[in-house]
Structures are given as structure tokens and as C-alpha cells.
Design a protein around this ligand. Structure first.
Ligand code: 1CP
Length: 333
């Protein structure tokens, strides 16, 4: 058993912790590799380097899991849509060619993603990961679709005209569900022990659209992961109603964002919960950080809870604050 699985099943009374974006730009050792690897997609598809980056935070901090260094946008890339990461702008995708995307077959897709699977295989046997989980992940179909149609990070209200083409949206969602399952299956077969589904743009939708674009496609993926006897964590960032999401989608763990009231979640949800802390607290004072971390740990004291953030570690975070956080969580009782 790993610490995280014990925490999910509430078999132990010590706290467990990992952090979204625990590998990344706030770490000087990551920035060093990144500075000589300008092409971000290529870096993700370099199995040796992505395995090394995955382990970097475990060398520094006593965290309970690794998450494979990769990106949710490798899926559009592997479906033939060019993705560039531009400095100070974020991802930029070429306009979608639906005919091209719909002609991609499994062999082509898996071949493109082979380095991710090789990185998982290399990482799972590393000493630093002994008795720890290796988390594999995908973007939820809706979030991937948002990037594929919008071609860049969306801000509220500015989804482009392509979203009005309901047939395109529905056909693309079906294709994504199929390929995301393939990507999940290959990560599991390579050694991922938990799967997290990131629906970072769930908050863009109105509730009337949740069934079609969030619940139904995600349920399909969640059931698929469960059929492999692997726990699944869902992070529907910005969704209005976590309780309803949990009762319909039924993940093993629900990861909450920083805008939700943890007390309300604790009172209304009876599955394992992850996360919540606003990553901005890692940029403020230690006292303020401590007060807010204590709030989450106290509220979820008698529940199955995995400590994490309500979104990823920010690039301007000082690693010494992460160190302080991890030690505080581990020693708090
Ligand atoms: O150096 C750089 O410029 C790259 C920064 C970076 C990193 C470190 C990006 C670009 N992606 C990643 C890695 C990454 N992405 C991981 C690795 C594992 C870890 O957490 O340590 C994971 C899990 C992701 C997932 C991811 N990518 C999400 C879902 C989580 C979230 O942040 O909401 C999303 C939306 C992306 C897309 C993405 N990748 C990178 C950027 C700048 C973006 C766009 C974010 C946005 O639109 O706001």
C-alpha cells in the first residue's frame, strides 16, 4: 500500500501531500533544463528529461506522490493539431482541421505519445518513488476541446464562433473520449498507479450544459479508469456544484479549487477530498500560510483527505515556502 492509497481509504492518521505543478518553473533545477530546451512539447516528449523533471520535487520535499511531467495538450498534438508554447503567452494551437483529426488512428496517436509511456516506465522504478504513487493524467474532454477550438487559453466570455457549431463540438467530444481512454490505458499499462482528470475550464460552462459537456464524457472516462482497478481523481475547476458532480461522476477522489468553501464540501460530500489551498498563500507570509493550511487540515481532520492546492504552484513561488508547507502538513496533528 502507498501513503496516498491509505489516505484515500482513511487507513492512516498521518497527513499526506502532493502538489499540482510540483515540477515546474518555480524550481531552479527545472528552469535550468528548460533554458536549453526551448521547445516545450519536445521537452515533454524527451523520456529521460521528463522522468528526471518528475523526480526533481521528490528530491527536495517529503511528498507522497510524483505526477508524470507531461502536458494535457500533448493530446491535440498527437491528434495532428500543432501546439506551440509561446513565452509569456501560453499555448497557441493551429486552427483545427477536423477531417485530419478524425482520420488519426490509434497506432499514430500512441506512437506520438510513446515517450510519455517510456518516461512513466523509467520513473516508476526510481528509488525516490519507492512505495509512492506515480500519478498519470489527462485533460477532461471538455477542457481539451476548449483548447482545440479556441486555440489558446480562454478568458471568460471569449470562446470563439466555433463553439456555436454544435455538431463539431459533439463529434469532437466523441473523438476525444476515445483517444483519452487510449492515453489513460497506456499510462496505466506503463506504471501509473492513480489517474487525475483535469477539467480546468469546467467553470466556463453554464449549468444547463454540464450534462452534455462535462458529466457524460467524464463519466465515460471515470468508469474506464475504475474498470482497471486504479483510483481516479477529478478536478472540475470552477464548477458550481461539486456535490452534484460527485454524485453523478462518482470519482474516487474529488479535487477542489480555492474558490469553494471547504466546510461546505466537508459537510456535504462523503468521498475522499483533495486540495483547496489557494496557491497565492505560498507567496505570502509563513504565518498566513500556516493559518490557512491549518484551516483545511482541521476541517478535513476526520475525513479522507489528500493535502494539495486549489490550482498549480505558481512560477514565482519560493521553493523554501513549499518546503515549509510540506513539513508543516506532515508534522501537523
Ligand atoms: O516552462 C514552461 O513554460 C512550461 C510551464 C508548464 C509546465 C511545467 C506547462 C505549460 N505545462 C507544465 C507541466 C504540466 N501541465 C503538468 C506536469 C506535472 C506537474 O503538475 O508537476 C501538468 C499536470 C499539466 C497539466 C495542464 N497543462 C493543465 C491542467 C492543470 C491546470 O493548470 O489547470 C493545463 C490547463 C495545461 C495547459 C498548459 N500547459 C502549460 C501552460 C502555460 C498551459 C496553459 C494554462 C492556461 O491556459 O492557463
Amino acid at each position: 500500500m502507498t501513503v496516498l492509497l491509505d489516505c484515500i481509504n482513511k487507513k492512516i492518521n498521518t497527513n499526506c501531500i502532493w502538489l499540482m505543478r510540483q515540477a515546474g518553473r518555480y524550481l531552479p533545477e527545472f528552469r535550468k533544463i528548460r533554458s536549453v530546451n526551448q521547445d516545450f512539447i519536445k521537452l515533454c516528449l524527451n523520456a529521460n528529461l521528463s522522468s528526471e523533471i518528475t523526480i526533481q520535487p521528490l528530491k527536495r520535499f517529503d511528498i507522497d506522490a510524483a505526477i508524470i511531467f507531461s502536458d494535457i495538450l500533448l493530446v491535440p498534438h498527437s491528434l495532428g493539431q500543432t501546439v506551440n508554447f509561446k513565452k509569456d503567452f501560453g499555448p497557441q494551437l493551429d486552427e483545427i482541421d477536423f477531417n485530419k483529426v478524425s482520420s488519426i488512428d490509434e497506432t499514430y496517436f500512441v506512437d506520438k505519445l510513446k515517450p510519455v509511456y517510456n518516461a512513466i516506465k523509467k520513473t516508476k522504478d526510481k528509488e525516490e518513488l519507492k512505495d509512492k504513487d506515480l500519478i498519470g493524467f489527462v485533460g477532461a474532454p471538455w477542457t481539451i476541446l476548449v483548447y482545440m477550438l479556441n486555440q489558446k487559453s480562454p478568458k471568460k466570455e471569449n470562446l470563439n464562433h466555433k463553439f456555436k457549431d454544435k455538431k463539431l463540438v459533439e463529434d469532437l467530444l466523441k473523438i476525444l473520449v476515445k483517444f483519452l481512454k487510449i492515453h489513460i490505458e497506456n499510462q496505466i499499462n506503463s506504471g501509473a498507479t492513480i489517474i487525475q482528470i483535469f477539467d480546468s475550464w469546467a467553470g466556463l460552462l453554464k449549468e444547463k450544459d454540464y450534462d452534455k459537456y462535462i458529466y457524460n464524457p467524464t463519466i465515460d472516462l471515470v468508469n474506464f479508469v475504475k474498470s482497471k482497478n486504479i483510483p481516479v481523481i477529478c478536478f472540475p475547476k470552477g464548477i458550481n456544484d461539486y456535490k452534484n458532480y460527485v454524485s453523478l461522476v462518482k470519482p474516487d477522489v474529488i479535487s477542489i479549487d480555492y474558490d469553494v468553501d471547504p466546510k461546505k464540501i466537508s459537510d456535504s460530500i462523503d468521498i475522499a477530498v483533495q486540495g483547496g489551498l489557494n496557491p497565492n498563500f505560498l507567496i505570502g507570509s509563513k504565518d498566513e500560510l500556516k493559518t490557512n493550511v491549518r484551516k483545511y487540515l482541521d476541517i478535513f481532520r476526520d475525513k479522507s483527505y489528500i493535502f494539495n492546492l486549489g490550482h498549480g504552484v505558481l512560477p514565482n513561488t519560493n521553493p523554501s515556502m513549499v518546503d515549509y508547507l510540506v513539513k508543516f502538513v506532515k508534522n501537523y496533528s
